[in-house]
Ligand binder design. Structure first.
Ligand SMILES: Cc1cc2nc3c(=O)[nH]c(=O)nc-3n(C[C@H](O)[C@H](O)[C@H](O)COP(=O)(O)O)c2cc1C
Length: 216
């Protein structure tokens, strides 16, 4: 059988554009955090971010990487608001919110609220001033723990502690979130999103916190 052929690309000196293209094509699928923040005048900002995941469980923590704007190198509104207020809300993006979440990525000037422009219904948060998005079935209120400037400074990782989860009973039975009911979307490389696709079941081979799904 013919040996598979590989392209080998060195990482250290890669230009940002190529690095981005290789990363977003290779690190897939990525969950989409639809993040709400407020600015110092209380204007609500909403934008999607897929360089995102949970990073700790005690206490619960999330991290999102926000880049400088490629067009002009300016700080994005979400990043500026998180740095100023030290608060944000992650709303889980789903199939039914995909269209609005996607449109909220458009470059609106800082004084324009995406929430107003797109007619997003807002719900008050419990612990932070940034509101939640009613269209999303899961909201995580976060307080900034650390902002870590990465590499040559294009990217900053915002690590937030989840101070409250809000889980719609349509997707949460009091113990577990049902992924099939949640219907999360994922970001792929380029202009592509994906849904859940086929779900595979295998027993857990090590005991996770809480013991969910453990073998035996
Ligand atoms: C699905 C999706 C995922 C995105 N993920 C990121 C990301 O992880 N980091 C980032 O800096 N920008 C990401 N963007 C681009 C931002 O959403 C975009 O720059 C937006 O205008 C930022 O809005 P803001 O200036 O209101 O914060 C993503 C866009 C889309 C559509």
């Amino acid at each position: 059988m013919a040996e598979p052929q590989f392209s080998c690309v060195d990482g250290a000196q890669l230009d940002t554009e190529t690095a981005y293209r290789l990363l977003v094509g290779s690190v897939v699928p990525r969950p989409v955090a639809w993040i709400t923040t407020i600015d110092t005048d209380g204007r609500v900002n909403a934008a999607p971010f897929s360089s995102y995941n949970y990073v700790a469980t005690s206490p619960p923590m999330l991290a999102v990487n926000i880049a400088l704007r490629p067009s002009d190198g300016a700080i994005k509104d979400t990043a500026r608001n998180i740095a100023l207020t030290r608060e944000f809300v992650v709303n889980v993006a789903t199939e039914s919110t995909m269209e609005l979440a996607h449109r909220s990525a458009e470059e609106y000037p800082p004084h324009v609220s995406e929430a107003e422009a797109l007619g997003l219904e807002l719900l008050p948060s419990r612990h932070v001033r940034a509101p939640r998005l009613a269209a999303s079935p899961i909201h995580m209120e976060c307080r900034l723990d650390q902002a870590v400037v990465l590499g040559r400074g294009v990217n900053t990782l915002y690590i937030g502690e989840v101070v409250a989860f809000h889980l719609s009973h349509e997707v949460f039975d009091g113990r577990r979130v049902d992924a099939e009911k949640l219907r999360p979307i994922a970001r792929l490389g380029g202009p592509f999103y994906a849904g859940l696709g086929e779900i595979f079941h295998r027993p857990m081979l090590q005991r996770p916190p809480g013991g969910e799904g453990a073998a035996g």
